[in-house]
Write a protein that binds this ligand. Sequence first.
Ligand SMILES: [Zn+2]
Ligand SMILES: [Zn+2]
Length: 318
Amino acid sequence: MASPAAGPGEVVVRVIASGLCGTDYRIWNGDRPVRYPLVMGHEFIGRVLAIGPGVGNVRVGDKVAVQPNFSCGRCPLCLEGNWNLCLSRTAVGIDVDGGFAEQARVPARVCWPAPSELADDQLLLAEPLAVVVRAVDRGEARAGQSAAVVGVGTLGLLAVQVLRARGLSVLAVGRTERRLDVARALGAGAVATTEGGGHAAAARAFSGREGVDLVVETAGTAEAVEHAVELARPGGRVVLTGLPHEPSRLNFFSVVRRELSIVGSMIYQGEFPEAVRLLSSGAVRTERLLTHRFPLDEIQAAFAAHRAPDSIKVAVVP
Ligand SMILES: [Zn+2]
Ligand SMILES: [Zn+2]
């Protein structure tokens, strides 16, 4: 394969590994249209092979986590710091070539150097972890409060750990029993399923009051949004970070009556360094999350594994 050349402000990285997520799956199966040809893959880490003119934040040989989103830098949203909401945001691996490759060319400003003691398998979770750090911070999480996490996939299992690191007690809520044992092992104080509808009672029992202070929704289904709202106490906060692609039948009467704050949380702004720090300190562990690994030339099997019942995070290794 021809090596891409680094232009001004750009770097070329040799990809170490690339995580596969639901967004990749939706592109692969055609649900999410993109412009072809496209090299997919946005959750990747690599080693800097070459730097273009004007690059100062990374050096050749650095191990980096790539933040696969960058913005125009000029619009009102960018200028006020809300670059993640920029209407001209570029997503690496979706709008431009990404990390399911041996090498990738990206702007240097989206490369975050990682400490050398941090293992590749940990660093690989930096991108979804940055999403979760923002969601937890948008929830104004405070030590001593009670929280619930809806969904126990990669984002949910990371959210359990970030909330624990912030000093909250956490109830993990899944659709079924599957993976709730992993949530427990990663710090959830209690677990509940939405099967049979006992989750709201579980939130009351867990918090010792009318519901939990903070709910972080990570599953991204219409149903999960409804469940999230049912878990919160009156006056509580609900942060939505899963992307529900279908409309929900949420009962807004209960939102008004209980003065809930519902906030969205979209990817990240400045959360990458904090994600790297949480991984380095051991506050967030990844070994139970990284369940499958495939070489790049078996990527079809990687996509199939993404949907397997025992799969949490699948990695593709060039
Ligand atoms: Zn992703
Ligand atoms: Zn912009």
